[in-house]
Design a protein around this ligand. Structure first.
Ligand code: CA
Length: 377
């Protein structure tokens, strides 16, 4: 095993990354009592919470054995799945163990999505079949625990028509709440007009599309791997920021004005770049320029979550530049299962009303969570 792969496994399995509630309590117990988030008058809804069915993890392992030439980032990132033991157990779990972890961390609800890179590393037919199966399994878990779980529809973007049909099925027949896209598909972005049927279906069914990071697209992967920066350190954020701006620049939101996009990790740096993106917008090539400056869409169509970034300066800055209706809470379970981060977010120096938006009501509105609960009642 090379050094990069070993480092990734250490990251994936690292301290606090995927510990169960009892293991976490034990870790804390040696020093002081494990902190428990107190009832705060709002529901804590975590919006970027990962899962993966066993069938997908097995299919990944088989694909990795072939060392696929068109998926160099996947190979660099996921390496040897056999070594990921406890971590993959947590991903596949949709029953009591996950609920116990949520209870111990004061999380009322998880919005679940198929972990990156999901089905997008496979050929079109395999990817579609795996997406359909995983959506069925997720919908079953959501039906069993409608107050604790919500779920996003996984799609295989390779075939946009089938993907659009799966969005329709997921929203109307399975009762799921949005769409998960694990960034690039074979190096391509949804900005390409050939994928716009996906946006059409998402807008028509009021399904927000969550673009979650994966390894950078093959055409830009090399320097990231060379400098060991292809993960959550930098590569993930650059990949999704580029994907999001490509969608804005292509005029997707001019064509689909009611479409909602969600990105995590503090908006993958975009709030911080907003001023310069607008300043350089007038000199952009007219063929690659949205009707309005990027900040217009960032404040009308895009929502961000704080997955992986339980950091007061980021949350309050994003609320200031995008608006407090656009920033949502996420834990990034099981990758970042850290109870102390929940408490840190409870202690944000903002009003109770702003905190309730952050933890609860923004997510309810963006992911149509109350519709689902009313239907289930
Ligand atoms: Ca995540």
């Amino acid at each position: 095993m090379n050094r990069n792969r070993r480092n990734f496994l250490r990251f994936a399995l690292g301290a606090g990354a995927a510990l169960s509630a009892p293991a976490l309590a034990q870790q804390w117990g040696a020093r002081r009592p494990m902190p428990v988030p107190q009832p705060a008058g709002y529901r804590r809804i975590a919006t970027e919470e990962a899962w993966a069915p066993r069938t997908l993890l097995d299919a990944w392992a088989k694909l990795l054995e072939t060392n696929p030439a068109d998926e160099p980032g996947f190979v660099a990132l996921w390496g040897n799945l056999a070594n990921m033991g406890r971590f993959t157990d947590r991903l596949a779990e949709l029953g009591q163990a996950r609920l116990d972890d949520m209870n111990a961390a004061g999380i009322d609800m998880q919005v679940l999505s198929l972990t990156a890179p999901g089905v997008q590393v496979f050929d079109a037919d395999t990817a579609h079949a795996l997406a359909v199966d995983s959506n069925d399994e997720l919908a079953e878990a959501v039906r069993k625990h409608p107050d604790r779980y919500a779920g996003l529809v996984a799609i295989a973007p390779h075939d946009p028509r089938r993907a659009a049909q799966e969005i329709e099925r997921g929203r109307t027949r399975l009762g799921l709440h949005g769409v998960i896209v694990n960034s690039h598909t074979k190096g391509e972005y949804l900005a390409d007009t050939k994928y716009w049927e996906i946006f059409e279906a998402a807008e028509a069914t009021n399904a927000p599309i969550y673009i979650h990071p994966r390894d950078p697209a093959p055409a830009m992967l090399r320097p990231f791997v060379e400098h060991d920066l292809h993960r959550g350190d930098l590569g993930f954020g650059v990949e999704v920021a580029l994907h999001t701006l490509a969608i804005i620049n292509a005029g997707v939101f001019d064509r689909f004005p009611r479409l909602k996009l969600v990105i995590g990790h503090g908006g993958e740096g975009l709030p911080y770049h907003l001023y310069r993106l607008d300043a350089t917008w007038p000199v952009r090539n007219a063929r690659m320029r949205s009707a309005e400056p990027p900040s217009h869409y960032m404040r009308r169509n895009v929502y961000i979550t704080n997955s992986g970034v339980a950091w007061e300066p980021m949350v309050t800055f994003a609320q200031k530049v995008l608006g407090e209706d656009r920033v949502m809470y996420a834990m990034d379970y099981p990758y970042q299962y850290r109870v102390e981060e929940v408490i840190a977010m409870d202690e944000l120096p903002i009003s109770y009303e702003a905190k309730k938006k952050f933890f609860q009501t923004n997510a309810e509105r963006v992911f149509n969570l109350n519709d689902a609960r009313e239907n289930a009642a």
